[in-house]
Design a protein around this ligand. Sequence first.
Ligand code: ADP
Ligand code: ASP
Ligand code: MG
Length: 447
Amino acid sequence: MKVLKFGGTSVGSAQRMQDVCKLITSDGKAKVVVLSAMSGTTNTLVEIADYLYKKNPEGANYVIDRLEQTYMGHIDQLYTTDEWRQQTESFLHEEFNYLRSFTKMLFTSFEEKVILAQGEIMSTNMVTNYLKEQGVKAVLLSALDMIRTDKNAEPDFNYIREKTIAQLEEHPGEEIYITQGFICRNAYGEIDNLLRGGSDYTACLIGAAIKAEEIQIWTDIDGMHNNDPRVVEGTEPVRQLYFEEAAELAYFGAKILHPTCIQPAKFAGVPVRLLNTMDPEAPGTIINNRMHRGTIKAVAAKDNIICIGIQSSRMLLAHGFLRKVFEIFETYKTSIDMIATSEVGVSVTIDKRVHLNEITAELKKYGTVTVDDNMCIICVVGDLSAQNVGFESQATEAMRQIPVRMISYGGSAHNISFVVSESDKKRALQALQECLFSYDGHVHRPS
Ligand code: ADP
Ligand code: ASP
Ligand code: MG
């Protein structure tokens, strides 16, 4: 069985929902279909929560009314029979009244997560009802009964495997098994989510749990491009990526994939295919366990990076020093993305700023601390093993005009990363595009 995930744009209107239904029923094979909220909905739910945090129920109600009108317009266009239109309409009315009920109560992060979950709950109901109207054997499975995180907010794989298989077995003989992306329960049984863009993660968790034949991520672009298409012109789709390469690109900013969604697919050995709903025949990108030697595949950039330097002529590289430094980050549950060391100093990057003040205060016990904010990590991904002579110098050569704060090479065989100021990001990505990729999307080999 395959698992297919459709993102917000792919289900962003009645027409798109109809197109998706045609696509998933065209081969008559049973499949699991993971859906995001309609595009813009989760942002609107965030806006509603924001008004409620600010104790402005009128603001929240205004946004809820506007969203309800938009949804009523969608269902008018989606269904052809009064029966299914009315059934969905009354479901959505209940949903919007539920959202309104939050304007009358104490508002905490618990209520916020319940509000954020409603986008996927609405889209999956709308699509399931449309499939049923079309006579398709479809069933809606609640992700809240299958996807759970543990006390560290990480997916609880054993629970997910057990519950997903049980849910599928409870409904034999169906053609389409629909479920919500993004939403889950946490270790305490509360409604929670897998962070923004988390529907990709849901699809990969389910795909890994059932050892799917393939996980397909359907979106609004023809696969992983060799650079960020929002920043650089002339980017090209990459046809194949090794799991590790895709994981690095996702983690370091390629928005097409949730940062950690590739890991479960990789562990289960399930290939992931990225496809374009607007152009279903386009080949897209296949992510699997094949590593092609001698090519650089793509570049990605991760924003909002903070670079922390610790200088200590006395203690650095004395044994135990780095452990003390890392323990401080560990205490504040802040993970380090990149690290560079020298005899007299160490620099690290983080992307979580909540405990920055406490971390720097503690680090000052061990040396002189500097903080560079508004930085970004630029990550070049491909065959960057030591044997692939010359490719790392080609990447650094591309950056010759850009002030580089840190470089990391050798951490894995697939990546060389640079830390630059966010204001230099566009220039850096453009320079790498010109130096690394020719018109046909292939890397220039060093002469
Ligand atoms: P969805 O709503 O379907 O999950 P996303 O907006 O999360 O879609 O991801 C698709 C978008 O990711 C594309 O429209 C594109 O702008 C952006 N993107 C960023 N980097 C890349 C890349 N390297 N390759 C392809 N798309 C990328
Ligand atoms: N709807 C959620 C979001 O907008 C999850 C997703 O689309 O993947 O972040
Ligand atoms: Mg996404």
